[in-house]
Design a protein around this ligand. Structure first.
Ligand code: WQD
Length: 328
């Protein structure tokens, strides 16, 4: 199929674009490069610079004729979304409506959307399945949930079929080593841990040691980006084959604590990784992990690279290519 990967120059988007290319699809990347990188665009992919906030940019892109699009062009910093909700309204919400309207105007019927476990909020039970109540605790999570609801209406009224993929904690890098762009100003545990291992940061701050978990630190479900990427390809086949939309969780189903992740990072990198326990970070749930049984059943998805060692080693390999922090 002809697939437009919106946000395809970003960290997750580049892995997704690669997976579609490898599966034999014709891939065009649409990205405003606000956090995406040109170095993340592969030979064999077309590139259209553009911004989802500008309907004209989308009109120009979709007029080339696409069977499907994948939408990964969102702002995703939970903390920032609580301070600057306007930015998230305009980009995440209005931008997505612009995409949906451009799809309608140009007869593109399928969309695979990066949703998030942030739609659930604090867990009422574990593991989290798709029926778990949806109570986002951040404006970011709210934007993802609202978009899922827009998608359902466009499905009903305009016959657009969608896959909303609720990622848990995306981590890792292309095991084949072809994607080596570092995120600017990373906010997540693993890249921050790598920056400490490289000596670019003095220490890792571990947020909270008094949670009701086996070692007192928060438990999360880390899932490899290449596994996530494969789920996008499978989901598009599903909505095309079944003519039915899809909402699924994507997690490794394994809960790892921050301390366990730090110790594993020390072992895999052979670096000391100084760490200090500090106070809790606002808004952190003590434990969050998924059941991905539905993704397994419907799209035949099973993570292949989401074990802790592969998550860390594939990331460390990328960081080892850099002598210094490219953004310092
Ligand atoms: C993981 C754990 C921190 C940094 C976020 C979004 C979520 C989803 C996935 C997109 C937590 C701890 C972290 C540090 C630490 N994103 N930590 N020191 O918050 O679980 O999930 O990404 O949809 O919506 O909230 O990910 O990587 O920030 O944190 O101790 O310097 O590591 O407290 O327990 P999080 P994270």
């Amino acid at each position: 199929m002809k697939v437009l990967v919106i946000g395809g120059a970003g960290y997750i988007g580049s892995h997704v674009a690669k997976a579609f290319l490898k599966a034999g699809h014709k891939v065009t990347v649409f990205d405003n490069l606000s956090s995406g990188l040109l170095m993340n665009i592969f030979d064999g992919e077309d590139f259209i610079p553009g911004d989802i906030r500008h309907p004209d940019d989308l009109d120009r892109a979709f007029s080339r004729g696409f069977d499907a699009c994948v939408h990964l062009a969102a702002f995703k910093a939970v903390g920032e979304s609580m301070v600057q909700p306007e930015k998230y309204s305009v980009n995440n919400i209005s931008g997505t409506l612009n995409i949906l309207n451009a799809m309608c105007a140009h007869n593109c019927r399928y969309i695979v959307f990066s949703s998030s476990a942030a739609t659930f909020g604090s867990p009422q039970y574990l593991p989290i399945d798709e029926k778990h109540p949806l109570n986002p605790e951040s404006y970011y999570g709210f934007t993802k949930l609202e978009i899922e609801r827009f998608l359902a209406w466009y499905d009903k009224i305009k016959d657009i079929r969608f896959a909303a993929l609720r990622y848990f904690n995306a981590a890792g890098y292309d095991p084949e080593g072809e994607i080596i762009g570092l995120e600017r100003n990373p906010q997540n545990l693993l890249p921050i841990t790598m920056e400490v291992a490289k000596g670019w940061r003095k220490e890792l701050q571990i947020f909270g040691q008094d949670y009701d978990t086996r070692d007192g630190t928060c438990i999360r479900d880390y899932v490899h980006v290449s596994d996530l990427a494969e789920a996008h390809v499978n989901s598009l086949s599903y909505i095309d084959r079944e003519n039915k939309s899809l909402v699924v969780n994507l997690g490794s189903e394994v809960g790892i604590s921050v301390t366990e992740m730090t110790e594993a990072a020390r072992r895999v990198t052979g670096k000391e990784i100084p760490a200090r326990y500090v106070g809790r970070r606002a808004g952190d749930a003590s434990a969050l992990y998924a059941t991905s049984a539905l993704a397994k059943e419907l799209i035949g998805w099973a993570p292949r690279y989401s074990d802790v060692d592969t998550l860390i080693s594939s990331t460390w390999k990328v960081y080892q290519k850099y002598d210094k922090n490219p953004y310092a």
